[in-house]
Ligand binder design. Structure first.
Ligand code: AMP
Length: 251
C-alpha cells in the first residue's frame, strides 16, 4: 500500500471518529490505526551522483556534487561565438597540445563558481539586479592571448584578455558582485582579477607547453582581430544558478 493511500485511510477513519464525538450519547470510539509502512515511498531520492569524466571530455568536477547546492556564477555572455571559428582553428593548429577543445558557452567570468543553497537564490538575484541597475553599458574589446590554469591544475585555458577600457568597467562589476558574495559569506573573485574570455581548453596543467607558443598566438590574434572580434556593446550581466539562467540589464 502506498503512503498516499494510507493518508486516505486516515481521512476516512477520522470522519468516523467525528461522527461519534458529535453524538454525546456515544462515547468516542478510539480507532486503532495501522502503522503505515513508508519504507518504499521515496521522499528524497537516494541514489548517489557518480561522475564519469569520459562523458565530459576528461573534465573532473572541482567540487563534489551535493544535493541542495546550486553551482552558481556571474558572467558576461559573448554573443558572437560563431565569429570566433577561424581564430579558434588557427590557434588549435598552432598549439602543441593534442586534446584541445572549444569552450562551451563562451563568456567572461565575473565571479568564481560558488554554491548557493536554494532559499538564497531569490535574495541573491535581487541583490545582483540592484547593483547592476546602476552600471553603464560599455564596449568590449580584447588585447592579447593569455594562458590560465584552474586552481586544481586539472584544466588549462587559452583565453583572450580584455582591453584596458573594458577591464575598468568589468572590474567595477566584479567589485559589486564581490560585495554581494561577501554578504552571503561566499568566496569572492581572485585577489588579482585578470578578466578574460576562455576560448579553448585542455586537461591537466599544460601552461608551459601553451606559453611556449604565446607569441605566435598573439600574432594570429592581431591578424584576425578585425574579422573575428568585432567590438560588441555589453548591456547585460548574466548569472547561472544550477540550471536556471538570469539576465540583468546595464544602464
Ligand atoms: P574562466 O574562463 O573564467 O573559466 O577561467 C579559466 C580559469 O582561469 C579559471 O579556472 C580560473 O581559476 C583561472 N584563473 C587563474 N587566475 C585567474 C585570475 N587572476 N583571474 C581570473 N581567473 C583566473
Amino acid at each position: 500500500m502506498s503512503g498516499l493511500s494510507y493518508i486516505c485511510d486516515y481521512g476516512s477513519s477520522s470522519e468516523d471518529s467525528d461522527a461519534y464525538l458529535e453524538d454525546n450519547s456515544v462515547k468516542a470510539k478510539k480507532l486503532k490505526l495501522p502503522t503505515p509502512n513508508l519504507g518504499n515511498v521515496p521522499v528524497v531520492g537516494t541514489e548517489d551522483h557518480v561522475d564519469d569524466p569520459d562523458l565530459h571530455k576528461g573534465r573532473t568536477r572541482v567540487f563534489p556534487h551535493k544535493r541542495g547546492d546550486w553551482a552558481s556564477y556571474v558572467y558576461i555572455r559573448y554573443p558572437e561565438e560563431e565569429n570566433l571559428a577561424t581564430l579558434m582553428s588557427r590557434f588549435m593548429a598552432e598549439c602543441p597540445v593534442s586534446d584541445l577543445h572549444v569552450c562551451d558557452d563562451i563568456h567572461i567570468s565575473l565571479s568564481r563558481t560558488v554554491t548557493l543553497i536554494y532559499h538564497l537564490i531569490t535574495p541573491f538575484t535581487k541583490s545582483l539586479k540592484n547593483v547592476v541597475d546602476g552600471i553603464d553599458s560599455f564596449d568590449l574589446g580584447f588585447e592579447s592571448v593569455k594562458i590560465y590554469c584552474n586552481e586544481e591544475k586539472s584544466r588549462t585555458f587559452v583565453s583572450l584578455a580584455v582591453d584596458h577600457f573594458s577591464n575598468k568597467f568589468l572590474l567595477k562589476i566584479v567589485d559589486k558582485v564581490d560585495d554581494i558574495l561577501a554578504d552571503y559569506k561566499l568566496p569572492t573573485f581572485y585577489d588579482n582579477p585578470s578578466l578574460h574570455m576562455s576560448i579553448l581548453w585542455t586537461t591537466g596543467d599544460k601552461k608551459a607547453e601553451l606559453t611556449s607558443v604565446l607569441e605566435n598566438l598573439n600574432n594570429i590574434l592581431y591578424q584576425e582581430v578585425e574579422k573575428c572580434l568585432k567590438t560588441i556593446t555589453v548591456d547585460k550581466v548574466n548569472c547561472k544558478i544550477g540550471n536556471k539562467f538570469y539576465q540583468f540589464a546595464l544602464q
